[in-house]
Design a protein around this ligand. Structure first.
Ligand SMILES: [Zn+2]
Ligand SMILES: [Zn+2]
Length: 228
């Protein structure tokens, strides 16, 4: 067990009882990381070496750009470009190909977040075991998305056999309830295309596709042009 950090944040985000609480914690950590990288840490030489080496994925380039601070992003890109050109200009084609393949699959923000999320999962499991109030709060969640369901199942290996069974039961029960709800909404969505149900109310199913994709991937899809 590493340090017990994020206790306050975990309680706060689980306390909202709105959507997947781990997605909400991830967004908080992601925002902090983006703010740091385009703020105070921007000129830190040790961080610059890492951002030059790892680069950023498309999602996190976009987050940095929408963060609104133009100059820090340009300065990060300036030295990143320098490093990329130096690497390309000093390598043979095979070396360049390998370098670009690695660069394509690496991201400074993703790698920082991966480390932090590991800690977070571990602390959620720790709180569940040691705090009765949190144990109750855990079972009152509206849902866990599938990627975070998987991550919490993996983290639960830290528990003893009996505790692990109870944790997985609580986690599975929240997830099944939410998936059952989505199945119902998707069923109704499909039925609405049958002329016999055309005049019925849409109930809760208008955005059933988007909510299902969110539950399967952690991400709510971007706006589309369909009426329904
Ligand atoms: Zn999630
Ligand atoms: Zn990334």
């Amino acid at each position: 067990m590493s340090e017990h950090i994020y206790t306050i944040e975990i309680n706060e985000h689980f306390g909202k009882k709105c959507g997947c609480p781990v997605c909400s914690l991830y967004e908080m950590l992601e925002k902090n990381e983006i703010d740091t990288i385009t703020g105070a840490a921007m000129m830190e030489p040790s961080i610059r070496i890492e951002t030059n080496r790892l680069g950023f994925c498309e999602k996190h380039f976009n987050k940095m750009i929408t963060n609104g601070k133009r100059l820090p992003v340009a300065l990060i890109l300036q030295s990143h470009l320098e490093e990329i050109r130096a690497r390309i200009n000093s390598s043979r084609p095979d070396g360049t190909e390998k370098y670009l393949n690695n660069l394509k699959n690496s991201c400074y923000v993703c790698s920082k977040l991966e480390e932090k999320m590991k800690n977070l999962y571990s602390n959620i499991v720790y709180l569940w075991k040691n705090d009765e109030n949190f144990k109750k709060l855990f079972s009152q969640q509206p849902r866990f998305c599938l990627p975070h369901y998987q991550a919490l199942l993996a983290a639960s290996k830290e528990l003893g056999r009996k505790d692990r069974a109870a944790f997985c039961e609580a986690l599975g029960s929240v997830t099944e309830q939410s998936l059952k709800g989505l199945s119902g909404d998707i069923d109704w969505f499909c039925k609405k295309f049958d002329y016999r149900f055309a005049k019925e109310d849409w109930k809760n199913s208008k955005d059933a596709i988007e909510r299902t994709v969110e539950a399967l991937t952690s991400n709510y899809p971007e706006k589309h042009n369909h009426d329904i």
